[in-house]
Write a protein that binds this ligand. Structure first.
Ligand code: F6P
Length: 320
């Protein structure tokens, strides 16, 4: 029987180093590695090819994923999962490493209960919103992309006496906005996890402006859904000209950082070894309290991810 890898959901930096490790590790074990292209959609459409060392050379430094990804609606339907299963059976694949988020792991959990296809999930999303793991592949690269953007915006903000409202991704999770605000020394941080008080924030900013403040940086997570409201508040209440920058998909690109490459190697090596050593597996490899471990899909789905309270405390001065 053979082993395969695929990406599912939003791509993130670190997927390519993970794919490289997957192929190399499978070959070390004398296993035939397969690449599933286009995620769950490709699984249904039989876009599955055997891989050699050559297929994964010259990719370790590249962002995105060479095997592409997708968000599949069809996979929710049993008839398409059955087609996917038959495609795997024809190639004798019964083990899959899945790089994705919790939605993808849930889909694979269903696939396992339908057809007993073993899998290990590797948490991969810039949102860092998966319960059970402190880190998801791609987060460090996304944070560094955001850092570069904020540093550049600061140059123009300070040249013009302006406020910049910068919206980060993260879906409903404020992790990217929180860490970016703290590490870029922003004045305002708006995330779903923290209540904010525009009245007291406004008063403080106005008095700082009177004492010489030239520019202001407000970081807002997309999940807060108040980017335009914050820009209006800056103009009308704080009295500073405001510009909005939505960083958008720039945050999903970029060469994986050293940290993401290392994490990709560690996560994926563990995933491959688990699948090859255990008879049955439908788990996720997580990084919790500085240790790697395997947890069940049920565990991942049991709670909503919560940002570390010690990190939230650091945003105190930016919310009120
Ligand atoms: O989950 C990753 C993510 O980039 C989110 O931060 C964002 O809300 C979403 O995906 C965007 O999805 P899409 O690329 O499908 O527009």
């Amino acid at each position: 029987m053979a082993i395969a890898i695929m990406c599912s959901g939003g791509d993130s930096a670190g997927m390519n180093p993970a794919i490289k490790t997957f192929v190399e590790r499978a070959l070390v074990h004398d296993e035939k590695p397969y690449l599933i292209y286009d995620g769950l959609e490709g699984l249904i459409d039989n876009k599955i090819s055997p891989a050699s060392y050559n297929d994964v050379s010259n990719i370790v430094h590249r962002g995105g994923t060479i095997i592409r990804s997708s968000r599949s609606k069809r996979f929710f339907e049993y008839e398409y999962r059955k087609i996917a299963y038959e495609n795997l059976q024809a190639l004798e694949i019964d083990k899959i490493v899945v790089l994705g988020g919790d939605g993808s792991f849930r889909a694979m959990g269903q696939f396992y209960s339908d057809f007993k296809i073993n899998f290990v999930g590797v948490p991969s999303t810039i949102d860092n919103d998966i319960f059970g793991t402190d880190y998801c592949l791609g987060v460090d690269t996304a944070l560094n992309v955001i850092r570069v953007s904020i540093d550049q915006i600061r140059d123009t903000a300070s040249s013009f006496r302006r406020a910049f409202v910068i919206e980060t991704m993260g879906r409903d999770c404020g992790y990217l906005a929180l860490v970016s605000s703290i590490t870029s020394g922003a004045e305002v941080c708006i995330i779903p996890e923290l209540d904010f008080n525009l009245k007291s924030l406004g008063e403080r900013l106005k008095s700082q402006i009177e004492s010489g403040r030239i520019y202001t940086l407000c970081i807002v997570s997309e999940g807060s859904r108040v980017t335009d409201e914050i820009a209006r508040w800056v103009e009308e209440d704080v009295g500073m000209q405001a510009r909005v920058t939505i960083l958008g998909h720039t945050q999903r690109g970029g060469k994986p950082t050293v940290y993401d490459r290392l994490m990709a190697f560690k996560f994926t090596r563990m995933a491959v070894d688990k699948l090859l050593n255990d008879e049955k597996s439908y788990q996720v490899v997580v990084f919790k309290d500085s240790e790697f471990e395997f947890v069940s899909i049920e565990h991942i789905n049991s709670q909503k991810y919560q940002i570390d309270p010690e990190l939230l405390i650091l945003a105190d001065r930016m919310v009120r």
